[in-house]
Design a protein. Sequence first.
Length: 259
Amino acid sequence: MPAHLRFSANISMMFCERPFPERIAAAARAGFDSVECHFPYAFNAREVRALVDEAGLVLNGINTSPGNAGEFGLAAQAGREDDFARALDEALAWGAVAGASTVHCMSGVVAPEDRARAQDVFLRNMERASDTARGSGMTLLIEPINPYDRAGYFVSRSDEVAGLLGLLGRDNVKMMFDFYHVQIAEGDLLRRVERHWPLIGHVQFASVPERAEPDMGEIAYGAIFAALARLGWGGYVAAEYRPRGITEEGLGWLAQARL
């Protein structure tokens, strides 16, 4: 396996045996190159930056606020445009201090009858978000989330995201390609990642169907990692899974990927 792929750990799901700040150093000791997390806003951004720097890592990415219970994001929520704008401002301000390079703009759960309106809201919100983020050094990400994990989520397929990105036409808004979600919703991973390659701003992975370590299940991650290296992926390859036990005890896959 090519050794030049750089791996990131999502410390909102991994190393959870420790308090959040201690997960950064734990990820470094385990051999990761980067960390990312979902909603870090309860923690001081300068302190997180110091911990990341001390560990010799970088902070790859964060998410915008998920909003109220059941919303799971605001970008496609009609009537919540001002709330999304505030959530984006929060993410960009926190991320600028902590050194984040990407912000996942969470779309939200939308009722079927509201989807047409939601697309208009989403496109307007993301146009403004793109303008707001311009010059920040942070890439905005749109992620498809499969309908089994999050029923009714605004975008569940990578092909849908590609269409939205085509309508947006903004170079600082990209696709989050999570092999876990794409396998469940669409499959055909290798051809799909090649087709969407110019649009992809970040990649994540986990086993399917259990969303655990990538050493079992439906996806042959050796082939996935080899394809990313062959295609020249220069970003981080992010582990976003729920460990079956103690995080460090399940990292044999990372050692294998380094060979």
